[in-house]
Design a protein around this ligand. Structure first.
Ligand code: SF4
Length: 329
């Protein structure tokens, strides 16, 4: 079973087996928007990482199979410590989450005693445990604005999101870690500006929930593309906007996996990726075969040290309490 999409009957048999094994395991299947289309289609829920974590915590299933990258499955485990959390490939990492280590964060904190640490949700459980408040792209501004103006802020790890927040709030005492996601490289100012020029009637959707779109967010805010054509939207907002849009063409500045949900929601619109190569190799490590293996063999199980989880949970809960952190599906 290698290329599922090449044989529809093979794909159907695979999907039936996945559903059957999930039922027997009392598992809920969650798929991030950047997963392969067949995995999105077989899942119980598809959405952004936070929306999926909330579903994970609220689900009555005893097992969560998280089709996404490792920090997302960890966040689900932090929020649902009593459930078994499986990820089809534990090696599915995130270059943004990997751009800061715990030792680096501790050293940074030591340089700024008393500073409030704000971490984007794309971080490991160990970093979350050293964090005061987590944020998503949707509520990053609200989170930083909630911190008293005289307190220093350490914002990590995404430099584009951090720069966007700093500029919006005109906050001088906010320090930003110089991390980034490898998919950023494909969605740069030149590509965005060129695409906007080539498609003058197209709307531009920027999905900020994953780090890959934060450079687009920054560029849209800096005037690199006309502001009235740019919509900064969470996953749910993007799908809703697609349904409501009168545009014939929409340029999508995010990881290419998102196109599948949008085309399903509004088949009459032509959705074009700002960069076709903006594909996350880690997300694509979750294959149909590995999902089947996860359900058959109960692997790879995600563990988070309970003490780390308890500290990280406080930061994640504060994120959920502030603003509207992504509407998800
Ligand atoms: S697209 Fe970038 S930020 Fe998102 S999971 Fe992949 S590496 Fe991480």
């Amino acid at each position: 079973m290698t290329v599922m999409t090449a044989a529809p009957e093979g794909l159907q048999a695979w999907a039936e087996e996945v559903r059957d094994l999930a039922r027997r395991r009392d598992a809920v299947l969650l798929a991030h928007n950047y997963q392969l289309p067949e995995i999105q289609d077989v899942a119980d829920h598809t959405g952004d990482s936070l929306a999926l974590s909330r579903i994970a915590a609220a689900s009555s299933a005893s097992t969560i199979v998280f089709c996404g990258v490792h920090f997302m499955a960890e966040t689900a485990k932090i929020l649902a410590p009593d459930k078994t959390v499986l990820i089809p490939d534990a090696a599915a990492g995130c270059s943004l989450a990997d751009s800061i280590t715990v030792d680096q964060l501790r050293a940074w904190k030591a340089e700024h005693p008393g500073a409030v640490v704000v971490s984007y949700v794309n971080t490991t459980a160990a970093i979350k445990a050293e964090t005061d408040i987590c944020c998503t792209s949707s509520n990053a501004i609200d989170v930083v604005a909630s911190i008293p103006a005289d307190r220093e802020v350490l914002f990590l790890p995404d430099q584009f999101l951090g720069a966007h927040v700093r500029r919006t709030l005109k906050r001088e005492n906010m320090h930003v870690w110089a991390g980034e996601c490898h998919v950023h490289a494909g969605i740069n100012g030149a590509t965005l500006t060129q695409q906007a020029k080539e498609h003058p009637d197209a709307e531009l959707f920027v999905h900020p929930e994953c780090g890959c779109a934060t450079s687009a967010l920054y560029l849209a805010g800096s005037g690199a593309v006309p502001e009235d054509r740019v919509k900064i939207l969470s996953t749910g907002g993007m799908v809703d906007a697609a349904r409501a849009s009168k545009a014939k063409q929409v340029l999508v500045a995010t990881e290419v996996g998102m196109l599948h949900q949008l085309r399903r929601a509004a088949p009459e619109i032509e959705f074009r990726a700002v960069n076709e190569r903006a594909s996350c190799r880690y997300m694509k490590m979750i294959t149909p075969e590995k999902l089947l293996r996860a359900l058959r063999e109960g692997r790879d199980e995600v563990h988070v040290d309970p003490e780390l989880a308890a500290r990280g949970r406080a930061a994640v809960q504060r994120m959920i309490e502030i603003g509207q952190p992504g509407s998800g599906e």
